[in-house]
Design a protein around this ligand. Structure first.
Ligand code: HEC
Ligand code: HEC
Ligand code: HEC
Ligand code: HEC
Ligand code: HEC
Ligand code: HEC
Ligand code: HEC
Ligand code: HEC
Length: 249
């Protein structure tokens, strides 16, 4: 017998003791600490359902509003704020829907409110309409220009220079003054409405500039030429020449 015990590695008895302790602990915890109604319907306390039901309801949902404010609901439905619920801006409204005469809702008319969602933050998704409130038509409340229920797509300028003023001014004094922006940037019309979602292209290769500047390009004679094979051959052209103000220095 003794020799058999001797063969069992010494950690086995210690682990067995630990296992027994754990099993006892598990049984104690289950019987003493888990609430009695746990697991009756599923992996939760059955009484939690009643507790949640007994909580006061504070949000009415937006369908109810249509009963009395169908004009506002209609306006919002088609606009940019269609996915922003009424009560996000006006607060919990159950009491108001039950007794609109005595429970008034507040409307966030102050300028500081809208930037909660629209202030520029680098972390916000590309394309989400953002403004820098310090410089975007300062002082006036946002609702003097934007209808909060139907914030219209802003009237957008048609010309590149309306939004890219600095580049346009630079180019107008450059050797490229007569090269139109769209010769180098394919620009879908939508870019002027949603510039961050629909972007303009940018030249990608040396050959692009070569269409006018390569030795054998079929462009106007007066355009200065370079030999693409040897001229700055390891870099793209705009690493040395700013395309909106190219200079040969
Ligand atoms: C039973 C009818 C009724 C329902 C339902 C109702 N309202 Fe009203 N609401 C009124 C009345 C009446 C007024 C006061 C109208 C007035 O002063 O011109 C009012 C006024 C308001 C105002 C104006 C506050 C201000 O400063 O001018 C807001 C905002 C408003 N309701 C939001 C809501 C929202 C959001 C809902 C849906 C959750 C809703 N209401 C549902 C009847 C209703
Ligand atoms: C983005 C925030 C926002 C959302 C979403 C919003 N509102 Fe408003 N609401 C406002 C602001 C701001 C005003 C004040 C407008 C003013 O004074 O010109 C207002 C005014 C009102 C008024 C009173 C003046 C009026 O235009 O008749 C009512 C009623 C109203 N809202 C109902 C609603 C209902 C119903 C919904 C949902 C369908 C809703 N609002 C969604 C911000 C919001
Ligand atoms: C004096 C009128 C005026 C006021 C006040 C004003 N805006 Fe604007 N807003 C405009 C015009 C015009 C445009 C479109 C041209 C532009 O982008 O500047 C615009 C554009 C926007 C855009 C779209 C930007 C984009 O890149 O798509 C947002 C969002 C916006 N405004 C939010 C606000 C907020 C929030 C406030 C208040 C803090 C506010 N505006 C105050 C006139 C105004
Ligand atoms: C809870 C967040 C939230 C609040 C608060 C909010 N907005 Fe918006 N806003 C949005 C969303 C979401 C859109 C739609 C964005 C999209 O279409 O990608 C939007 C779109 C807009 C646009 C359209 C910009 C464009 O692309 O042409 C304007 C303008 C605007 N909001 C103004 C306001 C004003 C003014 C207020 C304050 C009364 C306000 N917003 C409050 C979430 C919000
Ligand atoms: C309504 C204002 C507006 C108009 C008009 C406009 N743009 Fe833009 N454009 C922008 C904004 C805003 C950006 C910046 C987008 C970003 O940073 O994601 C941009 C970015 C660009 C870019 C850079 C894209 C990139 O990947 O870096 C190019 C190129 C461009 N625009 C060309 C043009 C040309 C060419 C025109 C005229 C045909 C034009 N844009 C008209 C607002 C405008
Ligand atoms: C000769 C070709 C050419 C013309 C003409 C041209 N661009 Fe560009 N543009 C480029 C190139 C190349 C780049 C890329 C530069 C880079 O990646 O560093 C660029 C970049 C841009 C950018 C991105 C931001 C920046 O400054 O790098 C914008 C915005 C832009 N161009 C707008 C315009 C507008 C607006 C016009 C007309 C006023 C215009 N471009 C005319 C070649 C051109
Ligand atoms: C549509 C034809 C065209 C394209 C494409 C073009 N250019 Fe030009 N480029 C010109 C014209 C025209 C001149 C001016 C010639 C003159 O001044 O007589 C010029 C002049 C230049 C000059 C000489 C400036 C000087 O000081 O003499 C450089 C450098 C230059 N371009 C670089 C580029 C680069 C880099 C690209 C690509 C991003 C490019 N160009 C694309 C037409 C073009
Ligand atoms: C490594 C920097 C560099 C790169 C990359 C480069 N260039 Fe140049 N480029 C220069 C310098 C420096 C000059 C002026 C000296 C000279 O003529 O070599 C010049 C001159 C020019 C001139 C004027 C020639 C004349 O006869 O007046 C043109 C046109 C030109 N480059 C176009 C291009 C084009 C197109 C590309 C891309 C295919 C390009 N460059 C790439 C540095 C560069």
């Amino acid at each position: 017998m003794k020799s058999l015990w001797g063969k069992i590695p010494e950690q086995i008895p210690r682990l067995s003791v630990l296992l027994v302790i754990l099993v006892v602990l598990f049984i104690v915890v289950r019987s003493r600490l888990v609430p009695p109604d746990f697991g009756k319907y599923g992996h939760y306390r059955a009484s939690a359902v009643d507790e949640i039901i007994s909580q006061e309801i504070r949000y009415a949902g937006h369908e109810v509003c249509a009963e009395c404010h169908d004009d506002v609901v209609g306006a919002k439905k088609a606009g940019y704020h269609k996915n922003v619920a009424c009560e996000v801006c006006h607060g919990p409204a159950v009491a108001h829907t039950e007794d609109p005469g005595s429970v008034e809702l507040r409307a966030p008319r102050a300028r500081r409110y809208c930037p909660l969602c629209h202030e520029y933050r680098p972390s916000r998704p590309t394309g989400f309409p953002q403004i820098v409130s310090n410089s975007h038509n300062p002082m006036k409340p946002c609702i003097t220009c934007h209808d909060p229920h139907d914030p219209k797509p802003p009237v957008t300028p048609k010309e590149c220079h309306a939004c890219h003023g600095a580049i346009a001014r630079t180019k107008s004094l450059s050797h490229h003054v007569y090269v139109p922006c769209t010769r180098c940037h394919e620009t879908p019309d939508e870019h002027k409405v949603r510039p961050r979602i629909v972007v303009a292209s940018k030249p990608k290769t040396r050959e692009f500039c070569g269409e006018c500047h390569a030795k054998d390009a079929p462009s106007e004679k007066s355009i200065p030429r370079v030999d693409l094979a040897t001229h700055g051959e390891r870099y793209v052209c705009w690493q040395c020449h700013y395309p909106h103000l190219p200079e040969a220095r």
